[in-house]
Design a protein around this ligand. Structure first.
Ligand code: GLC
Length: 638
């Protein structure tokens, strides 16, 4: 279609929109030319392009009309404070509905628990309808419009949302958009050759094209689901499945898929979702001969999701789950003219992995070097800072930076693996290797925060000194994610040092995936210890609760792209400075080793301070030429 023809079609459409809301029209007018442009660039050759585009427009109008007055009011509040998701006030927790407390009602009952800790943002792991056994922890959706009946009914979900809103809790939905379950109706019909749904997936009659694709594709689960295609014997064809064989990649080259998924997202926006976590986004577009991560089309797709979302539900924010190299992650915030049009939040995966590297090596050198190499992100975007999540820890360090430090990147990774998985050299961790690459021995790491920090081993060995060190490591990890600036995301259970869970080995449907090692059922008996100050649970919970409260009072801990790392030769220490918009700074000094050590006054440069107030111990500290900091201690100096 010619540009002029496109514009006039667009104008006709805009004029005919019956919605009266002035703001809706303003947003439509502002976003629509970009949407149209992005869309037509992606789909100029698609036979479905006209039909799908019309459906997309209709979906925006329909979903806006269906959006409740309450949601629209919430949108306006959000729009007037665009940094709500990067403020010091925001603190998140991620949890599985069933593992946390059985179902939606159970979760609702535990709202006071979340509030007590200071949580105001909850990332629910996938809660939609999935096949009973093969579902990758919810990441294989069978029906995008139904909740998992094990968790309750849609009415119960809605009641939960209502209660969340009453308590100012933001709800994050895991939106699994790269693939769906092989039992989804689209997949069931598509494999039979349904005229519409056969193009919702990548089907192939033989291995010719799959073999070509494979040449540049990453193998995500090489141990348990090798290859990126699954053979369907009943139809004698192959289908693209990057993750497990039962997770079928949706074909975003077909605009009907995009429109269905945008419509689905808007449906959930209207149910009251505050933040969408876009799952596995890096893989959304695939091309023969090109590496199958981070293709430019992925960014166009995400911009389409966000721009459409903003028209209907402008108060909603978007997280990119892209666990890729930092210079690629940063692009998910939108580059150049697209800044602000893509995701608002991304995972600080590199920092997370390097924090474990630093604990293993007792050196923060690689962490500091890597963080300094991260390009500045756009304004009004932020990181999820986290120490553990439901996935493995991938040691995705930048090989170039590792070798600049005189280390072999493979040997360095193997060392970290031995440290966390083999108890090597007196190490404290009780983790396990996930997805071993047999040629190199390289792998990722599974294990709970508490077990990786040495708590489980120390308890088994009844070693009080080690128990105390493990608690300090957990508290250090929490102190860091709370002070880096961004959205700190606590992994449910870590607040009471929940150890690894080996029960998954008795479950046929889980035992092949050791990420279940750190997906423990919440132990509410253990939680009772949180009120016993000297118990390990008490020491972790109470410290975390206190740190959260302090964070919320400390404007410097908001993210305004102000994080500065301080150069310092003592490699045990990580030192950074956060500054608020009035110019007040907080220095965070963390000792990543079990040694007591020192820092010098000179780290503060021209400030040359005599005194600081430590927010954590609530005491004044006289700053000397050399200042003592004990094993795994963290100071928040104001
Ligand atoms: C994301 C999820 C992970 C899941 C994968 C496939 O990476 O975090 O748990 O296995 O996507 O959906």
């Amino acid at each position: 279609m010619q540009q002029a023809e496109k514009l006039s079609k667009l104008n006709i459409f805009l004029e005919n929109v019956k919605v009266k809301d002035k703001n809706f029209h303003l947003r439509l007018g502002a976003n629509f030319p970009i949407i149209s442009d992005l869309y037509h660039k992606l789909y100029s050759n698609s036979p479905y392009k006209e039909e799908a585009f019309e459906s997309l427009l209709a979906s925006l109008v329909k979903n806006f009309e269906e959006r409740s007055a309450l949601q629209k009011k919430r949108d306006m509040t959000r729009v007037s404070s665009p940094n709500w998701y990067s403020s010091e006030k925001i603190v998140g927790m991620m949890l599985y509905v069933d593992l946390f407390n059985i179902d939606f009602n159970g979760l609702k009952e535990k709202i006071p628990y979340l509030l007590d800790l200071g949580i105001n943002t909850v990332h629910l792991m996938p809660f939609l309808d999935v096949p009973e056994f093969e579902n990758d922890g919810g990441y294989a959706v069978r029906n995008y419009r139904e909740v998992n009946p094990k968790f309750g009914t849609m009415e119960e979900f809605e009641a939960l949302v209502k209660e969340f809103q009453k308590n100012d809790l933001n709800l994050v939905m895991d939106f699994v958009l790269n693939h769906c379950a092989d039992q989804h109706e689209w997949a069931v019909e598509g494999r039979k050759g349904h005229p519409k749904y056969k193009d919702f997936f990548y089907f192939f009659p033989d291995r010719n094209l799959p073999n070509e694709y494979e040449k540049t594709m990453l193998d995500i689960f090489p141990d348990t689901a090798p290859g990126n295609f699954t053979y369907l014997p009943e139809n004698n064809q192959w289908v693209m499945t990057l993750f497990y064989g039962y997770q079928w990649d949706l074909n975003y080259k077909n605009p009907m898929v995009l429109v269905e998924m945008i419509d689905t997202m808007l449906f959930w926006s209207n149910k009251g979702i505050d933040i969408f976590r876009f799952d596995a986004v890096a893989y959304m577009w695939k091309e023969i001969g090109k590496f199958n991560q981070n293709l430019p089309e992925v960014h166009s797709l995400l911009q389409l999701f966000k721009l459409c979302g903003q028209i209907v539900a402008p108060g909603v924010a978007y997280i990119a789950e892209a666990i890729v190299a930092p210079e690629e992650i940063i692009k998910y915030f939108g580059e150049d003219l697209a800044q602000g049009d893509e995701c608002d939040i991304a995972y600080n995966a590199n920092f997370m992995a390097l924090s474990w590297e630093a604990l293993a090596t007792k050196s923060t050198n690689l962490l500091k070097k890597s963080m300094k190499a991260v390009p500045t992100k756009p304004r009004n975007t932020t990181w999820i800072n986290y120490a553990r999540c439901h996935d493995d820890i991938g040691l995705g360090f930048d090989d170039k930076l590792v070798s600049e430090m005189g280390l072999s990147s493979l040997q360095h990774r193997l060392y970290i693996l031995k440290h966390y998985c083999d108890g090597f050299n007196g190490s404290f961790g009780l983790g396990q290797r996930f997805m071993i690459e047999h040629e190199t021995g390289n792998a990722r790491i599974s294990g709970s925060m508490s077990s990786l920090c040495g708590f489980e081993r120390a308890v088994k060995e009844n070693n009080e000194k080690e128990i105390q060190l493990a608690i300090k490591r957990i508290n250090l990890q929490h102190a860091i994610i709370l002070s880096l600036g961004g959205l700190p995301m606590i992994y449910s259970g870590d607040e009471v040092a929940l150890p690894n869970n080996y029960e998954y080995l008795n479950d046929e449907t889980k035992k092949y995936d050791n990420r279940w090692l750190h997906r423990s059922k919440m132990d509410w008996n253990l939680v009772e210890n949180k009120d016993v100050p000297e118990s390990p649970q008490g020491q972790v919970y109470r410290k975390l609760k206190k740190m959260i409260a302090i964070r919320k009072q400390t404007n410097a801990f908001a993210d305004s792209n102000d994080l500065r790392y301080v150069d310092y030769e003592n490699s045990h220490l990580l030192i950074f400075k956060k500054t608020d918009n009035k110019g007040e700074s907080v220095y965070v000094i963390a000792n990543f080793s079990e040694y007591d050590t020192f820092f010098e006054r000179s780290i503060f440069g021209d400030l040359n301070p005599n005194k600081f107030y430590d927010l954590l111990t609530e005491t004044n500290i006289d700053i000397q030429e050399r200042n003592f900091i004990s094993a795994y201690d963290v100071l928040w100096l104001k």
